[in-house]
Design a protein around this ligand. Structure first.
Ligand code: 9L3
Ligand code: MG
Length: 132
């Protein structure tokens, strides 16, 4: 079973979302950025590496957020809460990034603008934003 880690990155009380460019069924939709855990890596190491490569930011990784979401028979998606500690996100692989507060996150979800897998975490994300 391979794992994909996604970061619920909080900075200044807002949540970071990144706009996907591929595959075509989710291109243009917004996600919690991240990627595949490589052999020998922990989830935390993988998330720190992916966020460095994709966005040039450093984060402190916290707890698991919500439940894992199955992507395929052999692939599962896990979200981890994280705090921005250094840098300002510059999209290397995404078409854009944005920082959102709860009302904006809720409207994006209602409009179907989040990738379907990540939309499963809406309530967990709202709770995370509420305690920051
Ligand atoms: N995926 C879904 N939600 C996310 C992330 C980071 C990834 N928040 C899915 C999209 C791809 C797979 O996981 O099918 C691998 O992700 P990537 O390596 O293309 O970012
Ligand atoms: Mg990625």
């Amino acid at each position: 079973m391979r794992e994909v880690v996604a970061g619920a990155v909080i900075g200044d009380g807002r949540l970071l979302l990144a706009q996907r460019t591929y595959p075509t069924d989710v291109a243009g939709l917004w996600e919690l950025p991240g990627g595949k855990v490589e052999a020998g890596e922990t989830r935390e190491q993988a998330l720190r590496r992916e966020l460095g490569e994709e966005l040039g930011i450093e984060v402190r990784v916290g707890r698991q957020l919500g439940d894992p979401v199955p992507l395929r028979a052999d692939l599962v998606l896990v979200a981890l809460a994280a705090d921005l500690i250094k840098g300002s996100p510059r999209p290397e692989e995404h078409s854009a990034v944005r920082w959102v507060e709860t009302p904006e996150l809720e409207s994006m979800a209602a409009r179907g603008e989040l990738v379907p897998a990540d939309a499963a975490w809406l309530d967990d994300l709202i709770e995370l934003l509420a305690v920051r």
